[in-house]
Design a protein around this ligand. Structure first.
Ligand code: NAD
Ligand code: USQ
Length: 384
């Protein structure tokens, strides 16, 4: 099957592209490389030294004999997108290619607008390109669990059946996102659902939780295939950040009370979930939603786990509570369903001591690359 991975130079996309290529899929990567540009602009670097996309793909071909086609360009450029799709002829498109940081989207008006135009228009272009040339192609779109927010009732997978004044209907689950980035994902979901309804496209929205870890079988084959691992306050995410902080003796940065509960998954499950979605496509006209995570943790739980794993490695780990730069509930009910992917056969890699160990050791190995100035958060959600 021919699969185009949009955003294939990024954290989730690179691991997915190699995994699918290894599994025998005919893979293409489309990426504007804008994430590398944003890193330069922010003055941050991934913990790990990543090679250029060209070097990465060449090395992969040398090691495995497998070819990955490369399309460098922006999906906001419709001509480029249309031309690339026509050349590659995808049967499935996995769309990771968006600005994915909540703090980035909250820096100021420019960054909010950039995030929403990049994400919403890019996705809308993709919907039109599929409608015109590949109406049967399965769109697998990365959404986020953060679309739902933290409601005081259980979170279902995309839809909820509601009885109101004696009548019943199954409706999209209410969305209460917590940043202009998370809002962009909600807008995407609505656009995709509408396109499936009016044009008969087939799509799966993967509402993914926070991803952790860095090693996959494929990216571990050679240092030139190494994946990015962000630790800075803009792009670094909770668990990855905590492990890197622990490795250099920086106190773990718990925002506010730390009772924020989120969903999480190992990057090795991200790639498997995408494959499960691709191999059982949505029906024509269907907008399918899967909640893509394996476990739920509060931020305090995570900090404690990292502290314990760090102590076992002889590290001195301190947990610091700092003022929460975000506006979010810090103590709340949270219970989300994730049965769709399990029913398709997902066998989760639950968070284990060995994973924490490996992540901590990765961080220790590359600690000389860490710039401590980028650890504490500087972007505030509130109107200061
Ligand atoms: P990333 O920033 O590492 O990768 C995104 C890639 O998309 C980058 O290589 C970037 O250059 C590319 N890109 C961005 N805009 C583009 C455009 N207009 N045209 C072409 N390419 C473009 O992000 P990631 O962590 O790999 O996340 C991938 C997707 O998964 C995102 O949509 C994100 O919202 C979603 N997601 C990520 C996480 C996580 O914890 N990392 C969790 C849930 C959902
Ligand atoms: N947090 C801390 N300390 C930190 C970093 C984060 O307490 O040092 C807290 C935040 O306040 C928040 C939670 O941890 O309550 C998660 O924050 P995060 O930065 O790990 O993740 P988030 O901003 O939600 O975004 C990440 C990805 C995004 C994806 C999302 C999935 O960057 O692309 O969509 O996770 S989800 O969280 O399910 O929305």
């Amino acid at each position: 099957m021919k699969v185009l991975v949009i955003g294939g130079d990024g954290y989730c996309g690179w691991a997915t592209a190699l995994y699918l290529s290894n599994r025998g899929y005919d893979v293409g990567i489309l990426d504007s490389l804008v994430r590398r540009h944003w890193d330069l602009e922010l003055g941050v670097e991934t913990l790990t030294p990543i090679s250029s996309i060209h070097q990465r793909i060449q090395k992969w071909q040398k090691l495995t004999g497998k070819q990955i086609d490369l399309f460098v360009g922006d999906i906001n450029n419709y001509d480029f997108l249309q031309k690339s799709l026509r050349e590659f002829q995808p049967e499935a498109v996995v769309h990771f290619g968006e600005q994915r940081s909540a703090p980035f989207s909250m820096i100021d008006r420019e960054h909010a607008v950039l995030t929403q135009t990049n994400n919403v228009i890019g996705n809308l272009n993709l919907l039109y390109a599929l409608r015109d040339d590949f109406p049967d192609c399965h769109l697998v779109k990365l959404g986020t669990m953060g679309e739902y927010g933290t409601p005081n009732i259980d979170i279902e997978e995309g839809y909820i059946t509601i009885e109101h004044n004696g009548r019943t209907d199954t409706l999209p689950y209410p969305k209460q996102p917590g940043s202009f980035y998370h809002l962009s994902k909600v807008h995407d979901s609505h656009n995709i659902q509408f396109a499936c309804k009016v044009w008969g496209l087939r799509a799966t929205d993967l509402n993914q939780g926070v991803v952790y870890g860095v090693l996959t079988e494929e990216t571990g084959m050679d240092e030139m295939l190494i994946n990015r691992l962000d630790y800075d306050a803009i792009y670094g995410t909770a668990l990855n950040r905590f492990c890197i902080q622990a490795a250099i003796g920086h106190p773990l940065t718990v925002y506010g009370k730390g009772g924020q509960t989120r969903t999480f998954l190992d990057i090795r499950d991200t790639i498997r979930c995408v494959e499960l979605a691709i191999s059982t496509p949505a029906k024509s006209g269907e907008f399918r939603v899967f909640n893509q995570f394996t476990e739920m943790f509060s931020i305090n739980d995570l900090a404690l786990k990292v502290k314990q794993a760090g102590i076992a490695l002889g590290l001195d780990v301190e947990i610091n509570t700092i003022d929460n730069p975000r506006v979010e509930a810090e103590e709340h009910y949270f219970n989300a369903k994730n049965t769709n992917l399990l029913n398709l056969g997902l066998q989760p890699h639950f968070l284990s001591d060995s994973l924490l160990d490996s992540l901590l050791n990765f961080a220790i190995k590359y600690q000389h690359r860490i710039d401590r100035a980028h650890i504490l958060p500087k972007v505030n959600w509130k109107r200061l």
